[in-house]
Each structure stands twice: as structure tokens, then as C-alpha cells.
Ligand binder design. Structure first.
Ligand SMILES: [Fe+2]
Length: 164
């Protein structure tokens, strides 16, 4: 793909985000099945469905731009996934794994928040009104999810300390 102007860069970054959302959807299924807390499993499954919709919102964004997703690997999400798998190999206890998974999920959400803020900014610069709306929808969901994960991690941490 050519990378000569702001629109090319926007499409490149959108493509990385699209790869990231698809990786996250798969990862959420993998993690939701492993954590030992029903409330968290449900929370992750709900966000998995939102993530699938977010990928569709990005597809609409590509359509608006008259293009399609390019092959771009989302390095940060790939790295957090690898970190999770390596941690699993260390055979942590169920609660410790859940805490680690919550931390990993929060890292991903904050990466997504920063990425979507950047993408919304570029869409605004280019006057891509429909894309702004779609990207802001995704951004809002990531912000809400980050808040939920942080509250849940705090509650679980307190419970773990109380019973330690
Ligand atoms: Fe997402």
C-alpha cells in the first residue's frame, strides 16, 4: 500500500486497529473460558460481542473511504496476548490468573482508547463525518469497558487480600 499522504496513514492505522479488534475478539473468548469468576466471564463475553460489532464499524469506515482493510499486524495486541500465554505457562493460581487477565484486558482497553482518540482526530482533520461517528462509538465502549475492568480488579484485589 502507498503511504504518501494523511489518508494513506489513516487507512494504515485503521487496518492495524481492524487486525487488533479481530485478535481481541478471539482473545476474549480464550480468556473468558479460563477465568474462574462468572461475573467477569459474562463481562468479557459482552465485550467480545461489542468487539465484533466494533470490527464491523471499522468495515463501514473502510467503505466510507472507498477502500478495504490492508494486512497490518496490530503489534501491541499481539504482544499482550503473548504475555498472557507466557504467564499461563507459569501455572498461576485461579485468582492470580484472573487478576493478571484483568490487568491485560485493561492494558488493551487503554491502548484502544489512545488509538481511537488518534483515529477520531485524523477523521476530524479530513472531515470524514461518518467515520468520526463510527470511531467515537467504539471509543465510548472501550472507555466504559476500561472503567468496568478497573472497578472489578479493585474489588477482586480487596477480596483476595481479605482472604489471604
Ligand atoms: Fe475494541
Amino acid at each position: 500500500m502507498r503511504l504518501d499522504n494523511p489518508k494513506d496513514l489513516f487507512v494504515y492505522e485503521l487496518s492495524a486497529m481492524y487486525d487488533g479488534e479481530n485478535r481481541i475478539a478471539e482473545m476474549l473468548t480464550e480468556v473468558a473460558d479460563r477465568v474462574g469468576d462468572e461475573t467477569l466471564t459474562q463481562m468479557l463475553r459482552t465485550h467480545q460481542q461489542e468487539t465484533r460489532q466494533q470490527a464491523k464499524n471499522l468495515e463501514q469506515c473502510f467503505q466510507q473511504l472507498g477502500t478495504s482493510p490492508q494486512q497490518v499486524t496490530c503489534g501491541p495486541v499481539e504482544a499482550i496476548h503473548r504475555e498472557y500465554r507466557e504467564f499461563l505457562d507459569r501455572q498461576p493460581s485461579a485468582d492470580v490468573l484472573t487478576m493478571f487477565a484483568l490487568g491485560g484486558a485493561a492494558k488493551i482497553e487503554h491502548f484502544e482508547i489512545a488509538s481511537y482518540r488518534g483515529l477520531v482526530g485524523k477523521a476530524m482533520l479530513m472531515g470524514e463525518t461518518k467515520c468520526i461517528q463510527l470511531l467515537e462509538t467504539n471509543l465510548l465502549q472501550e472507555e466504559e469497558t476500561a472503567g468496568k475492568l478497573e472497578r472489578f480488579a479493585n474489588e477482586l484485589g480487596q477480596r483476595m487480600l481479605a482472604t489471604a
